[in-house]
Design a protein. Structure first.
Length: 144
């Protein structure tokens, strides 16, 4: 039985699909490398503070914990300092520390409780800040 040759259009579509997949993988690889370098710069503290001025203010989120609902309030100041307070059953302790927003990444340190957290963030609008970190995703709403 003779083997049928693929139609030239089908062959071209298959090659285009392979090329698209290759480009997508290359873009992910470059993005991952840039993200790693961005994180290293934020940890060294010598990266420009892109995004801090947009995040300055008081933010609120509600968290459902194993002990019940909690309200978290976070204040980001122009000088890069931050304060955190929470209410509700089992709420974490109040904290003071520093925060940096750099190229879509953030890092926060609270020396009093020897805690550091880091992750990524997005600001879809001026009153919404979405942060991903050790505890997962938190969507903050600007209070002022």
């Amino acid at each position: 039985m003779a083997r049928e040759r693929p139609h030239p259009v089908m062959l071209a579509a298959a090659l285009a699909g392979v090329a698209t997949l290759f480009v997508a993988v290359a873009q992910l690889w470059v993005a991952a490398d840039q993200g790693r370098r961005g994180s290293d710069e934020a940890l060294r503290g010598d990266a420009p503070e892109i995004g801090l001025s947009a995040a300055v203010g008081t933010w609120r989120t509600e968290v459902e914990s194993p002990w019940g609902p909690q309200v978290w309030i976070q204040e980001f100041r122009e000088n890069g300092t931050t304060s955190f307070r929470a209410t509700g059953p089992g709420a974490p302790p109040d904290q003071e520390g520093t925060i940096r927003f750099t190229d879509g990444r953030w890092i926060a340190r609270s020396p009093a409780i020897d805690y550091t957290d880091r992750g990524t963030y997005l600001m879809p609008d001026a009153n919404t800040l979405v942060m991903w970190g050790e505890g997962g995703r938190a969507e903050w709403t600007r209070e002022r």
